[in-house]
Design a protein around this ligand. Structure first.
Ligand SMILES: [Zn+2]
Length: 343
């Protein structure tokens, strides 16, 4: 098969022929049609996340089941599928209670610990492939359908964890990023009032189209004061921070009002300084949110199939242009998501 292979840290993709994967017991091989090209996997291409080489990255796929290993009964050859990003055990306490992002036997990530979707074929445990529901036109929109498993599912989980409702004002830090734009979309879908916070003012038009009612630029104004002003001094109900630098976390924590919830999705992973008095007086909550469960991926596919939301892709290219596309992702020049057409 043809594959885009990373052969060493920080090296460009090499488009080359490699042996076709063969499914072992419990595994499936899927023919890839499209694969998303987000910042998560650009971190690997750039060498900021360490992997063993050679490695094929990519996890946001649309594909069709090509071959099944022994004992696989949940899939059929020809089924259209997408992939679940995490390699989880399926039987620990957290996997059994629909909190599998906390799996005690976590095996890593598709496209990092095992080869991913930047290839004509991908082999994974069969339980990592999730069927695309009828009503989603994956033949016509393979790139859009491929990114749902992360770009829509990750915000869907945040909506649930932070219990976002129609009475909430939600501020999204890093709103102009690939996940941020989709977070705005889902917060608006939940009927919240939505405020985009980002230093990339050139993304504000896209933020408004995705659902932002207001935009705040922390390069020009103090973000927590701006959020207090926009809420008549009350503070926001929910802050969702994709940047998670000390600056954004502290601004977000200060901007929380009564019953406020601050959600961090990692980002730069720095420390937050929240006043215990402020947390107590407001019964405020600071929480983390990791990716999504398989059920949340399935729910996200259904949500898009029903026409409730639609992923924003602005750059879709053939696999030969992977390097150029990733340079754009690196510079933050992609609005929403990008993807490669593989097959
Ligand atoms: Zn587990």
């Amino acid at each position: 098969m043809k594959a885009l292979v990373l052969e060493a840290e920080g090296q460009p993709f090499r488009l080359k022929s490699v042996p076709d994967p063969v499914p072992g017991p419990g595994e499936a091989v899927v023919r890839v049609i499209a694969c998303g090209a987000g910042l998560t996997i650009q971190h690997v291409r750039a060498g900021r996340i360490k992997v063993d080489y050679p490695r094929i990255i990519g996890h946001e796929i649309t594909g069709v089941v090509e071959a099944l290993g022994a004992g696989v009964t949940t899939l059929k050859v020809g089924d259209p599928v997408t992939a679940y990003f995490y390699l989880t055990c399926g039987h620990c306490r957290w996997c059994r209670s629909n909190r599998e992002t906390l799996c005690e036997n976590f095996g890593g990530y598709v496209g990092r610990e095992v080869d991913g979707g930047y290839a004509e074929l991908i082999k994974l445990p069969a339980r990592n492939f999730l069927k695309i529901p009828e009503g989603l036109d994956w033949r016509k929109h393979p790139a859009e359908v491929g990114v749902i498993c992360d770009a829509i599912a990750t915000p869907v989980k945040v909506i649930r964890r932070a219990q976002v409702s129609a009475w909430d004002t939600v501020a999204v830090f890093g709103a102009g990023g690939g996940l941020g734009i989709h977070m705005l979309m889902l917060a608006k879908w939940a009927h919240a009032r939505v405020i985009a916070v980002d230093v990339a003012a050139d993304k504000f038009d896209a933020c408004r189209k995705a659902g932002a009612d207001e935009c705040v630029n922390p390069a020009e104004t103090d973000a927590s004061e701006a959020l207090r002003d926009l809420t008549g001094g009350k503070g926001v109900d929910v802050v969702i921070d994709f940047v998670s630098s000390r600056t954004t976390l502290n601004a977000g924590a200060k901007a929380l009002g009564r019953g406020g919830r601050l959600v961090t999705l990692g980002g730069s992973g720095q420390a937050v300084e929240a006043s215990a008095q402020h947390l107590l007086n407001n019964e405020a909550i600071i929480m983390g949110s990791r990716y999504a469960t398989k059920q949340e991926v399935i729910d996200s596919l259904e949500l898009v199939a029903r026409g409730e939301v639609w992923p924003l892709l602005t750059d879709i290219r053939p696999m030969q242009e992977a390097e150029a596309l990733h340079q754009k992702v690196e510079k933050g020049e992609v609005t929403g998501r990008a993807a490669l057409l593989i097959g």
